[in-house]
Design a protein around this ligand. Structure first.
Ligand code: GDP
Ligand code: MG
Length: 440
């Protein structure tokens, strides 16, 4: 994938003493291939490479004491800029309700995202949305939205399948005003392909509802197609934002990188699974770091904050930044992580997790987590705080105490060290970022 490829390339320059113009050229060729393989639009790739190259052979890098890290920083910054730079927030109307129209092709995830967005607005912004079922072509679509409404404990407005979607949308907004909802989310019908009938209907709904947001829902797995679909919808309807779904799957990520620069429409949210809480605001900078494999610590912290004690999460963040992260923290984190839900997702956000095969194994197997916990619990307080004191005889004792093998103890110690190393790299990068001027 893109991340691995870029990582391999960047690994070569990370911390390297001196970078020559020839080095930069070789690297840019690799980055270019990686982006093309990830299904990023070729025009986007060309512009991106030109920008990075210009900066990478500029003084900023060549005169730096850590040129390797500077190149990583430049790539990171330009990736961020490519995806829009700043986070694009959801609209709030001056006079409620804020009207959001969800559009997109069939199967992209409109109905699911309607439910997820409503959940997000309530949880994070304390809002009470009304959901409107304006996909009248399949009775199942209305049922699907009603079911989501029930799960969320939120009202869903529908008029069955015999009323026109335009009428439903209009009456839905009236209803929202009467009942003082502050958001209305209209779930519209999709088609397998873009056609005139669909666009006419959506244009009429737009006309009558005057939405504050028209969010296009696209499936990230479709790569370049997602970008083309976004372009067509934007040309014909005018979009205010994109919800990129199914980023949890085996996507090549190209869509996330191309949409904004091709269509000039920001990605506002990403779908990370089928469940109702699997929607996240899109942060270009975090996505860039994630692509580069630096781990998405901020997202992890945010997740921790909604599910776990806020103070603890802050402490954890501080520890990660100051490198005073110990086995005690590691254990506490494992325990918290377990109460946070899908392990894959959480561990995937840890710095370097993408690179660490052992952690990957750890990821899928809950039983192994139990073993890790047992090993850590068999350490003395001093050992947890200063793992470097764990010599051979201590390892034997810990293995015996936890009922695990010495190899397993060794493996865990190694993992912990790797993790600390990654954190260090990451915090160095953060420091570098603060010092250097922000590009793009
Ligand atoms: P619609 O036709 O655009 O309304 O699409 P649906 O909301 O019915 O979603 C189609 C399928 O995609 C459903 O099976 C959803 O569960 C699934 N889906 C939607 N969003 C995501 C996502 O972010 N990740 C994954 N893995 N599946 C998703
Ligand atoms: Mg639907």
């Amino acid at each position: 994938g893109l991340a691995d490829r870029l990582q391999q390339t960047l690994q070569k320059v990370r911390g390297k003493g001196k970078v020559t113009e020839a080095d930069v050229k070789v690297m840019m060729r690799e980055v270019r291939l990686a982006l093309l393989e990830a299904d990023v639009n070729f025009k986007v790739v060309k512009q991106f490479i030109a920008k990075v190259k210009e900066r990478a052979i500029g003084q900023e890098v060549l005169e730096s004491l850590t040129p390797g890290q500077q190149v990583v920083k430049v790539v990171n910054e330009e990736l961020t800029a490519l995806m829009g730079g700043e986070q694009s927030k959801i609209a709030v109307a001056n006079k409620p309700p804020t009207v959001i129209m969800m559009v997109g092709l069939q199967g992209a995830g409109k109905t699911t995202s309607t439910g997820k967005l409503a959940n997000h607005l309530r949880k994070k912004h304390n809002r009470m949305p009304l959901l409107v079922a304006a996909d009248v072509y399949r009775p199942a679509a209305i049922n699907q939205l009603q079911t989501l409404g029930k799960q969320l404990g939120m009202p869903v407005f529908d008029l069955g399948t015999d009323t026109s979607p335009v009428e439903i949308a209009k009456r839905g907004i009236e209803k929202a005003k009467e009942e003082h909802h502050d958001y209305v989310i209209i779930d519209t019908a999709g088609r397998l392909h873009i056609d005139e009938g669909l666009m006419d209907e959506l244009a009429q709904i737009k006309e009558i509802t005057n939405p504050d947001e028209i969010l296009l829902v696209v499936d990230a797995m479709t790569g370049q197609d997602a970008v083309n679909v976004a372009q067509s919808f934007h040309d014909q309807l005018g979009l205010s934002g994109v919800v990129l779904t199914k980023l949890d799957g085996d996507t090549r990520g190209g869509a996330a990188l191309s949409i904004k620069s091709v269509t000039n429409t920001p990605v506002k949210f990403i779908g990370m699974g089928e469940k109702l809480d699997a929607l996240e605001p899109f942060h270009p900078e975090r996505m860039a770091s994630r692509i580069l494999g630096m781990g998405d610590v901020l997202s992890l912290i945010e997740k921790a904050q909604t599910n776990v004690d806020e103070k603890k999460a802050k402490e954890l963040e501080e520890k990660m930044r100051t490198m005073s992260f110990t086995f005690e923290d590691f254990l506490e984190q494992l325990t918290q992580v377990r109460s946070m839900g899908p392990l894959d997702e959480i561990l995937g956000m840890l710095p370097g997790a993408g690179q660490m095969k052992q952690l990957k194994n750890l990821k899928v197997d809950d039983k192994q987590l139990n073993h890790v916990e047992a090993i850590i619990k068999s350490m003395t307080k001093g050992e947890k705080l200063q793992p470097e004191t764990i010599n051979a005889s201590r390892k034997k004792r810990i293995a015996k105490g936890s009922g695990r093998s010495v190899q397993e103890v060794n493996r865990l110690l190694k993992q912990f060290e790797d993790m600390k190393k990654m954190m260090k790299q990451m915090s160095n990068m953060q420091k570098g970022k603060k010092k250097g001027g922000m590009g793009g």
